[in-house]
Design a protein around this ligand. Sequence first.
Ligand code: SAM
Length: 217
Amino acid sequence: MNKKLIDNLISKGITNKTVLETIGKISRERFVEQPFRHADMCYGPSPLPIGHNQTISSVYTVGLMTQALDVNKNHKVLEVGTGSGYQAAVLSALSASVFTIERIRDLSLKARAVIESLSIRNVTFIIGDGSIGFGEYAPYDRILITACSPDIPSPLFNQLAEGGIMVAPVESNGVQNILVVEKKNGIMFSKEIAPANFVKLIGKNGYETQTLERCGF
Ligand code: SAM
């Protein structure tokens, strides 16, 4: 295990032992492009490009969101935004099963190839608009959204199991924050845990493609 990395995460508030052990075990290098594979970049504080104008979140952000998700080995988890597949690999080690949705086919296929090469077998890859969730396997004990939306997408809250937790970046007045959402008696309770800097969730319940084009994105 990379002691310097773990000490650094602990100093920033990632203290959950299982999350730290999992991050220590999974080689992030496998999920990033060659130029970013040296430790300073790979485990540095910034998101890194993965192609198609998308990013892999920093290891700190992955640690923070995974810790907030409070996952255990009985949980069925939905991830929206497969990207490189790194977050899905981390979740796969902590949960019973992971369903991960990505709208960009090429990213989903690449992530799948890496995850399969690591002999991880409890991740199901879905290509499509994750802002509508994936009703077929709902409800999910945990939902993690790794792209920012203007609000918590209501289909995703509906697909969250009673007592479940969702972690998601949400933008309000131009500022992104990571929210931890709990479903209690069907009601949403949410709190902000940290500022964020995610790419946009593009889809029916995120940012519509046309809106982004109008704004010059
Ligand atoms: N979790 C990823 C990882 O471990 O590398 C990082 C995800 S990246 C910050 C956000 C991803 O969300 C991008 O790959 C993007 O294509 C994807 N995305 C954006 N809108 C989406 C949508 N509606 N459904 C599914 N994926 C979406």
